[in-house]
Design a protein around this ligand. Sequence first.
Ligand SMILES: *Cc1c(COP(=O)(O)O)cnc(C)c1O
Length: 357
Amino acid sequence: MSKVHVFNAGPCLLPQVAIDRSIEALKDFKGTGVSLISISHRTKEWESVMDECRALWKELLEIPEDYEVVFLGGGASLQFLYVAMNFLEKKAAYLDTGVWAHKALKEAQGLGEAYAIACSKDRNYCYIPKGFDIPADLDYLHITTNNTIYGTEIKTDMDCPVPLIADMSSDILSRRVDVSKYAMIYGGAQKNAGPAGVTFAIIKKDMLGRVSRYIPTMLDYRTHIDKGSMFNTPPVFSIFVMNETLKWLKGIGGIDAIHAIDEKKASTLYAEIDRNSLFRGTADKEDRSIMNVCFVMAEGREDLQDEFLAFAKGKGMIGIKGHRSVGGFRASLYNACTQEDVDALVACMQEFEKLHI
Ligand SMILES: *Cc1c(COP(=O)(O)O)cnc(C)c1O
């Protein structure tokens, strides 16, 4: 197999050491003679993985004491419902920055009063709306910090007069976050924290028990908090790989270290997009994501799109086709993607330019 460079938007590339450890555990989990996927989740060997994983989340993100960390199923998409179920009593606002944000809003509207406080659909979600007023009577404001499809990102922790809830599926663990500014943070693990099959939720304790509706057992955060994310059978394999991914991240220096690496990768690629006469970026510069870099052929060169895709494929580039709603290209530079991968993509763009000018 020749060298490939994986830029998939999700599920993401994961560190090789996490994959290797998972293969070992699939064969023999911690010397028990039993495979990880057959081990009882009621054993102390498994509970130690669960505890370690929870502790690593708290350590890496410096999560304050008055927050709970739970691991759930159903992906970020089910969190759209969970959030409204657990926190929407009278009225909630959503910042509509794209497809995922809109889906979150739609779920809330099925349960109560929820509306878009601002929206960037007028320019196909290529920017983050700013300067909107936040009414003080909201149950919460929901934001999507990184818009995976459009390559825009809210890169600072905003001051918010009402509880702030953030879908951080695709930029969690890529930058330092002041968790205390959020009432809740959640995401599917498969963009930057692990494989598909597990969802993380970080919840401020004082948010619980505020709504009057009946909450079905499985959709009540308190159920999962009380049982240490083991009310029902946890997705042991996904949690194990996520734990190994967090251990890798800690080993390379944690959030600040990975942020410096991520920033450098993104700035390398954006610099080439801005320099190369054949390409242009689609997101407004000030809102550019460091995780998902979206670009298209420059004006007048649109006819080269398929040729570039084929050219890049020939050079081992995987997963750079843009989402159908934006078109063009998208390179996702999640934590396990290396500077070397980005340099290879840049070299490929430069070579392609030489062939066409
Ligand atoms: C991928 C993604 C989702 C959906 O995640 P699932 O775990 O597949 O449900 C939600 N929000 C954002 C920002 C995403 O990138």
